[in-house]
Ligand binder design. Structure first.
Ligand code: ZN
Ligand code: ZN
Length: 422
């Protein structure tokens, strides 16, 4: 039997066509009503309603606004499917008819624009669709389905908040943890790999202490501007001189602040930087090199005090379990055909998804679903301009609805059932 015939006979897909219009309106609704990290009240209520209607036992308010649905369907493995719900403080510039015009108050009390420029609205819709299909076709699988709608991915808080709120004690331990992200790539395709899939990320704040003086009398100062400039330049040497060619790391200084006026030498300077790594050993080395350089440059400048290095946020490395990845790739190829399943490199993006598998000691797999118009993607590829397509977090990030919506529902259903016996 060909895969198409097998699929046609499969009860799980019977209602997908009929469900798509409803999922499209859910997507547009969530897209037009984005909520900042840890404020996902409306989105969480929509997710909970969907799960209840599909017959799940639903628990809300897990780790803030997190929602957990459990569907017990006889003896068998427990599979966790995860979607994140939060949006970003970005002014949307997609020009879409359902574009967000929302604003919200952030935790500093500032009014900021809000939009789903990372595509978590797609993730919510996919999981709502997949749970509904799996619930309707529960005669076609056995086991326990654990659906997790997570808050606060963009701030690296949500997974931790749910785990700290007793996720492991309150819900069955999954035999596998599965999650997906919409990304640049031809819509209708799925991309994955075994091993590291998204990078570890560490953000640091560094305060450099000098001694202020009149701009005309530098001899009376320890100039933190020069100290900061030398530090920033020296930090560039870590990746080029201390990380091997076959390893990978990123060190980006995203903020550099000092002084207020051209003729005043300030007291201190502030550096904020971000580190991405794909290996714990490399991570430790890069972080140690940063500390070494920051302290040595301060000493070289004659700083009156040691710099203060403060961790801001941290995302774990996401490592796809080898056996689980192989099982998943096989299931995807059987369902989509090999031409729609791509091998990808590790992405220098970061995710707190990995915390679930790590804390639960369960294998986990995370993969990417293409959201770019396939023709546009092919043209960009032919012109060597794929890097110019709007990526996640760009104000123009706009996944095409079809077939992206359908593909991400299919991947979740196929993935869940790869662990569930019929
Ligand atoms: Zn994001
Ligand atoms: Zn994201």
């Amino acid at each position: 039997m060909s895969k198409t015939q097998a699929d046609a006979a499969d009860p799980v897909w019977g209602s997908l066509d009929g469900l798509l219009a409803d999922l499209e309106s859910l997507y547009k609704d969530v897209h037009a009503h984005p909520e900042l990290s840890m404020q996902e009240v409306r989105t969480a209520a929509l997710a909970a309603d969907r799960l209840r209607a599909a017959g799940f036992e639903v628990t809300t308010g897990v780790g803030g606004t997190g929602v957990v649905g459990v569907l017990r369907n006889g003896e068998g493995p427990t599979v966790m499917l995860r979607a994140d719900m939060d949006a970003l403080p970005v002014q949307e510039a997609t020009g879409l008819p359902y574009a967000s015009r929302a604003t919200a108050t952030d935790r500093n009390g500032q009014t900021v624009p809000v939009s789903h420029m990372c595509g978590h609205d797609m993730h919510v819709t996919w999981l709502a669709g997949a749970t509904q299909l799996l619930a309707q076709a529960r005669a076609s699988w056995r086991g326990t389905l654990l659906a997790v709608f997570q808050p606060g991915e963009e701030t690296a808080e949500g997974a931790r908040a749910m785990l700290d709120d007793g996720l492991q004690k309150r819900f069955p331990r999954p035999d596998v943890v599965l999650g997906q992200h919409v990304m640049v790539g031809p819509a209708g395709t799925v991309a994955g790999r075994a091993g590291a899939i998204t990078s570890a990320a560490d953000s640091l704040q560094i305060r450099l202490f000098g001694r202020g003086a009149h701009g005309s009398m530098p001899q009376a100062s320890v100039d933190p501007v020069v100290m900061a400039a030398a530090t920033v330049m020296r930090l560039q040497g870590i990746v080029s001189r201390e990380v091997a060619a076959a390893e990978a790391a990123v060190v980006t200084v995203g903020a550099l602040q000092a002084g207020t006026k051209e003729n005043v030498i300030p007291d201190e300077a502030l550096i904020k930087l971000n580190v991405r790594t794909f290996d714990e050993g490399v991570r430790q080395r890069v972080l140690a090199a940063i500390e070494r350089i920051v302290n040595a440059e301060a000493q070289a400048s004659g700083a009156p005090r040691k710099p203060e290095i403060t961790p801001l946020d941290r995302y774990p490395l996401n490592v796809n379990d080898a056996a689980a990845s192989a099982r998943l790739a096989e299931a995807f190829r059987a369902h989509f055909g090999a031409e729609r399943v791509r091998q990808t490199g590790p992405a220098p993006a970061s995710e707190d998804f990995g915390s679930f598998g790590t804390d639960w000691h369960s294998p986990s797999v995370f993969w990417f679903v293409g959201g770019t118009d396939p023709q546009l993607y092919a043209q960009a590829q032919a012109a060597n301009r794929v890097h110019e397509l709007p990526v996640n977090h760009s104000p123009k990030f706009a996944p095409v609805l079809h077939p992206t919506l359908r593909t991400g529902v299919e991947t979740m259903v196929v993935a869940a059932r790869a662990w569930m016996p019929a």
